[in-house]
Design a protein around this ligand. Sequence first.
Ligand code: PEP
Length: 250
Amino acid sequence: MERKVLIANWKMNKSLHDGLSLAEQVANGVTQTIRPVQVFIAPPFPILQALVQSLSGTKVRVAAQNCHEQSSGAFTGEVSADSLKSIGVSAVILGHSERRKYFKEKDKTIFLKARKAIEQGLQVVICVGETQKEREEGRHFKTVESQLRKTVCKLKIRELQQTLVAYEPVWAIGTGHTASPEQAREMHAFIRSVIASKRGDHAHSVPILYGGSCNEQNAKSLFSQPDIDGGLIGGASLQASSFLAILNSF
Ligand code: PEP
């Protein structure tokens, strides 16, 4: 896995036509950059396969935004890791704070989803992060440690090799209030130390991405910090110009 990683999380945005056009612009920009960064686009489910096809032969890979923890069965409205793999998806984002908040996803389920997705050969991006209240009360390290111990730290060493972590402070997502480079650096170092306490040196090969109102203005100062191996980008990934400017700030 390339150590530097940038992921566009389109969330519930972009139709087929607009998504194909944006993906093409991103792929063109990625071809022109000299940055050794692995780029993923995570579009809504209905356009995953079209993007896999249109991006084949480019350096951009496709990720899903969720999957179910079972391989198949009577789970109306859900999508399995097996079916994602079968259409050429490379990775899946799990435990995003919007899924934790609106769909009540718990760490236990996130862990089971991760294990199933890895078994199917997908890379997993496990999201962790504290709320505003938790940070104000000085509980941010405790919260993130607990999320990691119930998910990432329970994965076997060979599973860890297919795992990325995204630190996304909930108070920074979509708010315009990004973490300062110091806040992010401090938490990323902490995340690596928590993984290392369980998995030793293997923690060093896990890319740890920052997410939360990252944009072309603040990307450089964030990505130049030690232990920040890339970004998970929401709002700023919906336009090729801003996403590519972030890519070129590495
Ligand atoms: C996200 O939702 O993963 C995210 C980082 O969003 P935004 O960049 O819009 O804060």
